[in-house]
Ligand binder design. Sequence first.
Ligand SMILES: Cc1ncc(COP(=O)(O)O)c(C=O)c1O
Length: 323
Amino acid sequence: MALHIETPLIRSDSLSKRWNCPVFLKLENLQNSGTFKIRGIGHLCQKAVATGSQRFICSSGGNAGMAAALAGRELQRDVTIIVPETTPVLVRDKLRGLGADVVVHGSEWNAADALAREKAQEPGCQYIPPFDHPDIWEGHSSMMHEIHRQLPAGVQPGLFSVAVGGGGLLCGVLQGMHHQDIGWADVPVVAMETNGCHSFAEAAKSGKVVTLDAITSVATCLGSKAVCQEAVDWCSRHSRLHSVVIEDKETIEACTRFADEHRMLVEPACGAALSAVYGDCLKQLQQDSVLSAHFSSIVVIVCGGNSISTRMLEDWKSRFDVK
Ligand SMILES: Cc1ncc(COP(=O)(O)O)c(C=O)c1O
């Protein structure tokens, strides 16, 4: 049995009015472990157990670790999560609460990941990457099969908004869209990142994986210095894939407006996807004729996130002068 649940797809009245078309929110913030990550990581961990793995070692900014810790608890395997110093104490405590060993290493995820790969050399250990694995993409693609079933009869998706960190979610979404039972290969996707975590934007521009010098955005869970090769490969397989980079202030505005309108708290990584419908970037792409002037509908993947509290949101609001 899968370790994830089917999440609701709701129609947002306020956003549908704003866009003059149905806007749907796929509520992966309600997913087990607090994000979509359990879909892919749960699938990978189940396969690892079937081939004899005794222990999971995962590197994570926080949310992949939450998924691996939950999978370990459900599958009765010991779990070690290596997180960078940027992972808030709040999240480290949540990981320990799920029974995982937490090791803090390095100033950003790439350093934590190097240690995780080294530790996973021990016999019986399975390295759990946070985004770069075919089983992870396959697990994430289950979300698209659900959306396909959940959309009201006769409604076609006109655009998907997806946040991109290392690109695992994007790969899963696109894999699902191109599945023969779904047939959404011609639907536009906006790949949303914040400035300072914009490794997909750089890769899409140059056609190859580009490594950023540093992660400088508050959306630390999008903070992989480079996306996976598979995400770059999708740029040529899905012609309607558009990279969008927003500022930190816009992601905090989106988190704030989403909390006020829909009464749910999500972290800045998720705010990036929501800013497509709360900010002006889609309108700009429409004006530039990159996107059509009218959408049949918009679907936002509300990817969720554990790195958030009312206190953190208040601090970011005052730092970025968000009213
Ligand atoms: C809440 C949230 N949204 C989006 C992402 C991006 O996912 P990916 O790294 O698969 O691109 C992450 C990654 O950790 C995340 O935690």
